[in-house]
Design a protein around this ligand. Sequence first.
Ligand SMILES: Nc1nc2c(c(=O)[nH]1)N[C@H]1C(S)=C(S)[C@@H](COP(=O)(O)O)O[C@H]1N2
Ligand SMILES: [Mo]
Length: 434
Amino acid sequence: MSRPLSQDEGDHDARRTRQWLAGEARCDGISRQELLELGAAMGAVTAAAAEREPVGVTRAPVGVDPGGAGPAPAPIAKPLPPHLFRRLDSNAEMRWEAMAGRGHVVPNDRFFVRNHTVTPPLDADTWRLSLFGTGLRGAPTRPDPVEFDLSDLRGLPAEERTALVECAGNGRRYFAEQQGYPAPGVAWGLGGVGVARWRGVRLGTVLRLAGLTDAAVDVMPEGLDPDYVTGGMNLGRVRRPLPVGKALDDVLLAYEMNGEPLPADHGFPVRVVVPGWIGISSIKWVGAVEVSATPLFSPWNTQFYRMFGPGHPTGGGVLAAQSVKSAFELAWDARIPAGAEVLLHGRSWSGNGPIARVEVATGDDDWRPAELVAADRGGAWQRWTVAWRPPAPGRWTLRARAVDVTGAGQPEAAGHNDFGYLFDGVVRHPVTVT
Ligand SMILES: Nc1nc2c(c(=O)[nH]1)N[C@H]1C(S)=C(S)[C@@H](COP(=O)(O)O)O[C@H]1N2
Ligand SMILES: [Mo]
């Protein structure tokens, strides 16, 4: 499935990088030199920290120190029962057994959370969406923006989309565990992904009402969570630009998730949902949106979310579509009864488009095709099943690999990059047959 050029993430990123390096794209608050220095510092950290806790991009949220005014707020508001989640600093990954036998979408109580700092307490009554910039008629400024409140948005035509949100670092821990190359950053297993039914108004509808002009090229939503501080540098609010072509296409300003008001941790009252693009594009707790007639940049597409390291260009390679992945709906080290046939369940997904086929290997046999759940064909991800009769008690390793409609598949080992993005290797999932 190819997308029009103006909506392709990789292409957009490559063009903007050239412009940024040539000094033609603006990145507020941070100079090109500072970002390059931060990159160098983080590179050094990367090498030194290979054997230690993840540091660098997930360093403690300095920006939220309450200054002795009491305990720091919990980074995540919702309960994180250990049978549903594994905590990772200010983030929480879904345990895959939490999806066993479930429907197409991930219920809100078990959807993964990726917070750069903390979930901010926001009041829906005083919340405003503020649009400004040179790409709007009359070029409204940040202090004097075009505003919408929540009831304005709810009064506009609503749309619903079932879309997958995945952190670009999902699967990162397997770079270390399976390939011996630890990467800094949140040590996600495969649970930094989820599919939900998002309901809201198209970003394009709001942009047009706000006075979008033909001169607009980039749209940059910004979160209302605290500034992100890392490597001793305050990078400001979490934000990442989109080309106007994508912004006008299928991007939503979502206020509902799976039929409920957006939960606090997932962006209440309103978040951006950018189908098909890496998770960081889907800005939560959106407040300001800059609409610019000149290209924009943010640290979230210059410093983070780029492919660095041997085999990648200096300045970082383009981080294009999310890679193909597969997961069993099973606990890590799950116990499986011996002597009977069991039906193994799992899911596969790809940023390129739908999954075409899935194969499973159980360690006692060759790869064999999995049965695809018909209702998911062409959907945000693909459920599948495969029957297995464990031949004997003991430790077994389950593997699953998928191929998407573009022919992209899963190699035995993922390609290395310093920050551990886009893991696509086959994950070796241990189980114990008793
Ligand atoms: N404002 C804001 N938006 C954000 C983030 C954040 O920390 N702050 N994290 C991003 C990242 S890296 C991901 S992967 C997704 C995760 O969405 P979720 O927490 O709803 O699962 O939100 C994105 N949007
Ligand atoms: Mo992410």
